[in-house]
Design a binder for this molecule. Structure first.
Ligand code: CA
Ligand code: CA
Length: 251
């Protein structure tokens, strides 16, 4: 092996090690719980659990999956009519929001996503036309793609006119995030290439494999969009028998 070949082999080894460390830091699914939650045997061992004395089965971390989302520039996520995530950094830097989810099916996902556009002009950073983009992947295999619905609620600057910019908008429909909301007349989402979106570094530190970047058909001028998807899993039933009733109110 000459010196050049040795250098190449060494570089590959370092890269492989770095990749392995990266993967070790970011497990795709939580490790099976041990001890307190009664998760003996992990996911395979659920049927062997002792039934609780009171007949109530609580969900555990074994029942959860990881979820990751990245929006250009900001989003709020609802699942089955409940708000479960909000992009905690308004628009800069482009960031990934990573959460644990307790999936229940059918699962209706509704996302309000916004480009960083001035509501008065539709422009971004002064008089520029900025673009949007959203991508999501859940550990149960749910990903964004053209099977989602996508509808625009704020568009501008109309005709790309940045000299005399105008916008058109309509209010979000009541219950846009509800499972029962009828989105059947909405257009399908449009998929965009990673090159078109040009995501920033945090995107590459998370697993979005299989997921597509989506938006409406106008990535530039549609600034506020709602993206919806209903995930079916026939014959699914929850392992747990209890549900909380928690709302952001006093009662
Ligand atoms: Ca825009
Ligand atoms: Ca943007």
């Amino acid at each position: 092996m000459n010196a050049r070949a040795f250098l190449i082999v060494s570089a590959c080894a370092v890269a492989s090690l770095a990749l392995a460390q990266q993967e070790a830091k970011q497990p795709q699914d939580p490790a099976p719980a041990k001890g307190k939650q009664g998760g003996q045997g992990g996911r395979q061992g659920r049927g062997n659990r002792k039934p609780p004395q009171d007949g109530i089965v609580k969900p555990s971390m074994e029942d959860t999956v990881k979820g990751a989302m990245y929006a250009d520039n900001w989003f709020v996520l609802w699942i089955n009519g409940k708000q479960v995530a909000v992009d905690s950094i308004d628009f800069l830097p482009h960031n990934v929001v990573s959460i644990d989810l307790l999936p229940e099916y059918p699962m209706t996902i509704a996302v309000l996503a916004k480009d960083n556009a001035d509501p008065a002009t539709g422009c971004e950073y002064g008089r520029q036309i900025g673009d949007g983009g959203f991508i999501l992947r859940f550990g149960d295999g749910t990903v964004t793609d053209a099977s989602w619905k996508a509808k625009c609620f704020m568009h501008g600057p109309i005709d790309r006119d940045t000299t005399n910019p105008k916008v058109r908008s309509e209010p979000l429909p009541k219950d846009w995030h509800a499972p029962g909301f009828d989105d059947s007349s909405w257009p399908d989402a449009t998929e965009y290439s990673q090159e078109r979106i040009d995501p920033k570094e945090p995107f590459f530190q998370h697993d979005f494999s299989g997921a597509k970047w989506i938006w409406t058909s106008d990535l530039d001028l549609d600034n506020t969009v709602v993206l919806r998807k209903r995930v079916e899993k026939p014959n699914w039933s929850p392992r747990w028998t209890t549900k909380p009733d928690l709302k952001p109110t006093a009662e």
